[in-house]
Design a binder for this molecule. Structure first.
Ligand SMILES: NC(=O)C1=CN([C@@H]2O[C@H](COP(=O)(O)OP(=O)(O)OC[C@H]3O[C@@H](n4cnc5c(N)ncnc54)[C@H](O)[C@@H]3O)[C@@H](O)[C@H]2O)C=CC1
Ligand SMILES: NCC(=O)COP(=O)(O)O
Length: 343
C-alpha cells in the first residue's frame, strides 16, 4: 500500500446552469466512500466552484456531505469535501444559461491549472461546460481540449474518448467540417499518432499499442475515386510509423472498421474527425465513457457528455461518467507516481 496519499485531483464543476455541480458532488461522494484499490490509497478530490451554490446543490440532492473551504494545510476529514471557492458572477437559474457566468466557468479551469502548476493538485477532472455561452460572452472558446493546450503552451494535443472496450482518438477536434480536410496534413497527423502511441504506452501501460486508422472519405477514398487524402496524406504517415516498427494499420473505411473483427485486437482507433469517431463510442458506452486529453503536461480527464440543461435541477443526471473520469485520473496519478516517485 502506498501510504502517502497523493495530492488531490481538482474537479472543475463546469457550467453552473447544467448538471456539472450535481454529477461532481455525487461522483465525489461515491469516490470518497470507495475502498482503495491497486495498492494505492484513493487520490483525494477537491471541487472547484462556488461554495454556497455547491452546498445548496448537495442539500437539494440529500447528500450527506459536509462541504468546507479548501485549506491545503488542513486535510479534509472523512465525509468532508473541500471546495476551492470561486464566487459566481451571477445567481444561477438551473437550465438557463447566463453569459455573466462564462468568466466564472473559465476561472474554474484557470484555478485548476494554476493549482497543478503550483503542485497543490495532482491533475484535473472536468465537468461539462457550454461552449456556445462562452462564445456569446465574447470569449473565443472551442473546448477544454484546445483551451488547456493554449494555457499550457502545448502546440498539439489529442482528444481521446474511452468507453466499453473501445478507445477512439481524433485527428482533429472542434472544427467545422468544411475545415477538416485542410487540417489533416502529414506533419499534423504524424504528431497526433506520435502523441497517441506515446501516451498509450506511458499512461495506459501498453508496451506496443496497436492503432487502427480510419480514412477520411467514404470507403477510404475508393482508390482515389472518392477523395485523395488517403493516398496523399494518411497512407504515407501510416507507412512512416510502420517503418519505425509501430503497429499502426489502415486507412480503413470508417463505416466498416467499427466491428468486432477489426476491433478485438486494437488498442485504439484514430478517427479523422469528431463526428466520425465519437457517435460510435457514445452508442457503445454513453454515460460511462471518459474523455482524456493526451499530450498535455498535466493529467486531465472528463465526462463523455455535455451540460444536459434539460436535466439540471431534476436529480436525474447519471454520474457514472464523472466517476469513471475520476477513476481514470487516479490511475494516471498512480502510474505517474510509480515511475517518478510520489508527488
Ligand atoms: N466536456 C465538455 O465540456 C462537453 C461539453 N459539451 C457541451 O454541452 C452542451 C450540450 O450538448 P448536447 O449536444 O446537448 O449534449 P448533452 O450530452 O449535454 O445532452 C445530450 C442528451 O444526453 C442527456 N444526458 C447528457 N448527460 C447526461 C447524464 N449525465 N445523465 C443522463 N442524461 C444525460 C441529455 O439530457 C440530452 O438528452 C454543448 O454546449 C456542448 O458543447 C458536450 C460534450 C462535452
Ligand atoms: N464531444 C466531446 C467534447 O466536446 C469535449 O470537448 P472538451 O471540452 O473536452 O474539449
Amino acid at each position: 500500500m502506498n501510504a502517502t496519499p497523493s495530492l488531490p485531483l481538482a474537479i472543475t464543476t463546469g457550467e453552473p446552469a447544467g448538471i456539472g455541480a450535481e454529477i461532481s458532488l455525487r461522483a465525489a461522494s461515491e469516490w470518497l466512500n470507495r475502498p482503495s484499490q491497486n495498492n494505492h490509497s484513493q487520490t483525494p478530490v477537491v471541487l472547484v466552484g462556488d461554495l454556497d451554490f455547491l452546498t445548496q446543490t448537495a442539500h437539494d440532492l440529500s447528500l450527506s456531505l459536509q462541504l468546507r473551504r479548501y485549506d491545503p494545510l488542513n486535510a479534509a476529514t472523512p465525509n468532508t469535501l473541500d471546495v476551492v471557492h470561486i464566487p459566481l458572477h451571477a445567481p444561477v437559474t438551473l437550465g438557463q444559461l447566463n453569459v455573466a457566468n462564462a468568466p466564472y466557468v473559465l476561472k474554474l479551469l484557470d484555478t485548476a491549472v494554476m493549482g497543478i502548476t503550483k503542485q497543490f493538485f495532482s491533475g484535473m477532472v472536468t465537468a461539462p461546460v457550454h461552449k456556445g455561452i462562452i462564445n456569446e460572452a465574447g470569449i473565443a472558446f472551442t473546448g477544454h481540449t484546445e483551451y488547456l493546450a493554449e494555457m499550457t503552451e502545448t502546440e498539439q494535443v489529442v482528444m481521446m474518448l474511452a468507453g466499453g472496450d473501445l478507445r477512439v482518438a481524433l485527428a482533429t477536434t472542434h472544427l467545422p467540417l468544411s475545415q477538416v480536410p485542410a487540417a489533416i496534413t502529414q506533419p499534423s497527423l504524424a504528431k497526433t499518432l506520435s502523441i497517441l502511441l506515446n501516451d498509450l504506452t506511458s499512461k495506459f501501460n501498453l508496451a506496443s499499442p496497436r492503432v487502427l486508422v480510419t480514412g477520411l472519405n467514404p470507403h477510404a477514398g475508393e482508390n482515389g475515386h472518392m477523395g485523395r487524402e488517403e493516398i496523399e496524406v494518411i497512407t504515407p504517415v501510416i507507412q512512416q510509423f510502420q517503418a519505425q516498427g509501430h503497429d499502426v494499420r489502415g486507412p480503413y473505411p470508417a463505416d466498416t472498421l467499427f466491428q468486432p473483427r477489426y476491433l478485438q485486437d486494437a488498442d485504439a482507433v484514430l478517427a479523422m474527425y469528431h463526428d466520425q469517431g465519437l457517435p460510435v463510442l457514445k452508442y457503445a458506452s454513453f454515460g460511462q465513457g471518459i474523455n482524456i486529453t493526451l499530450g498535455l503536461p498535466l493529467i486531465r480527464t472528463s465526462v463523455d457528455h455535455g451540460t444536459a440543461l434539460d436535466l439540471a435541477g431534476k436529480n436525474l443526471a447519471h454520474s457514472g461518467s464523472m466517476l469513471a473520469a475520476i477513476q481514470c485520473a487516479h490511475t494516471m496519478v498512480c502510474a505517474r507516481s510509480n515511475t517518478q516517485g510520489n508527488i
